[in-house]
Design a protein around this ligand. Sequence first.
Ligand SMILES: [Zn+2]
Length: 146
Amino acid sequence: MLASQVIEYTHSHPATPDQIGKAHKCFSGSTSFYLVETSQDGLDGRPLQVDEDGALIEYRVSYSKKMGFRCSCKAGEHAKLCWHVRAAIGCEEEVKAAMKEQIALSSLNVCGKPADQETLTRVANATPQDTNVLGSMHIKPFSARC
Ligand SMILES: [Zn+2]
C-alpha cells in the first residue's frame, strides 16, 4: 500500500485516542520512528504481552520513502496495515497540529507588540463558544483593540 493510501485510509479509519496514547516518538540519531505499546496490556482479559524483562511489548513503526510505513508486529511483517501504524500517524498529526498552534500563538501580536503570557494563555484556552460570541459581535476572534 502506498504511503498516501495509508494516510488516506487512516483519515477515514482513525486510531482511537487510547491507541494514539500508546504511541510515542523516538529518535535514533536524526531518524525518527514510533514505538507503539501492545493493546494487550492485561486490562481487557486478553493475555498480557510482555517481554523477558516484564515490560509491555512495543512495536516499532517506521517510515521511509522507499519502504513506506512498516511495523514490526506480525500483521506488519505480512505487509498488512495494522492499528500501530494508524496510531503513529495519528500521534504525528496531533504533534504537528499542536506545534502549528504554538507557532501561531508565538507570533500573535497585540497592538504591534508580542502578546504577553496572560493573553497567550487566554487565546490558547479559548473555547468555541468564546469564538461564537465574538463572531456574533462582528469582531474577529483574537483581534485586539488598541
Ligand atoms: Zn503493527
